[in-house]
Write a protein that binds this ligand. Structure first.
Ligand code: SAH
Length: 240
């Protein structure tokens, strides 16, 4: 059997992956490793570690958000997706979601286009650009769920992501370790963007001994026109 660790882990999340899904994850793994020899996509390449730290970790979001049965085609965006995580694993588990993958690095986009074709998944839009600019375009306030892993510290992250969220939509950030101070610093940025902190949910699984959490934010008000700021300002001068 392929992807055994992933299958065991997802079962604990209440997610049953069938042969089709596990096969797609296997293909994803093989493509990732192959392309990683020619471009820097990931430092994690070992079979077991990719299953846990990329695929299972991505899917822990189901403890905070799932597409509802009466609206399975929810719109989801993964900002700063890199090699496709967490967006692609969620799309494999829930094939009916409409997924956008956004990244500012050209070579990552090349890989994602290839991967999309290999996996044969529909309804994946791959967007090359910076969140600071794209957050003012058609993508603004149009997603039910916004995801980001490894993109930026929370004050910057809030400005780069919450503008993409619909009102009543959610933003879920993947974090680890003690994030108290980071969350304190982000209070102003979150509320300025129209967000409200709902929960910081610990990921309690033996696979993750490093205090992973999901920061869950709901969008309760529109993001003011001037955000996100341009020219690298969210990174250089985070709101505080
Ligand atoms: N989400 C992936 C990759 C994290 S690395 C993972 O968890 O493994 C951060 C990624 O964000 C990089 O691929 C980088 O190209 C992209 N990125 C950085 N700043 C960005 C911005 N302002 N807008 C869009 N993408 C950005």
């Amino acid at each position: 059997m392929v992807m055994e660790l992933l299958a065991a882990g997802t079962e604990k999340l209440g997610l049953k992956l069938g042969e089709r899904e596990l096969g797609l994850f296997q293909t994803y793994y093989e493509e990732l490793i192959d392309w990683n020899q020619r471009m820097n996509l990931t430092a994690i390449i070992e079979y077991d570690k990719v299953q846990i730290n990329h695929f299972l970790d991505s899917l822990t979001v189901v403890s905070a958000w799932k597409p509802s049965t009466n609206r399975p085609n929810a719109k989801v965006i993964d900002i700063g997706t890199g090699a496709g995580v967490p967006g692609i694993p969620l799309k494999i588990a829930y094939p009916q979601i409409k997924l956008s993958l956004m990244d500012s690095t050209n070579k990552k986009i090349t890989f994602l286009n290839h991967l999309k074709q290999k996996l044969g998944l529909d309804d994946i839009e791959i967007i090359n650009g910076r969140a600071e600019e794209l957050g003012h375009q058609i993508y603004r306030e149009s997603y039910d769920l916004v995801l980001a892993r490894g993109l930026a510290p929370m004050p910057t992250l809030a400005e780069l992501t919450i503008p993409f969220c619909k009102i009543a939509g959610k933003f879920v950030a993947y974090k680890k370790g003690d994030i108290k101070e980071e969350m304190n610093l982000a209070k102003r940025a979150i509320s300025t963007m129209g967000g409200k902190l709902i929960d910081i949910k610990p990921v309690l699984m033996t696979e993750f001994p490093d205090n992973r959490v999901l920061v869950i934010i709901e969008k309760i008000a529109p993001t003011p026109e001037q955000y996100p700021r341009g020219s690298g300002l969210p990174v250089k001068r985070p709101l505080s």
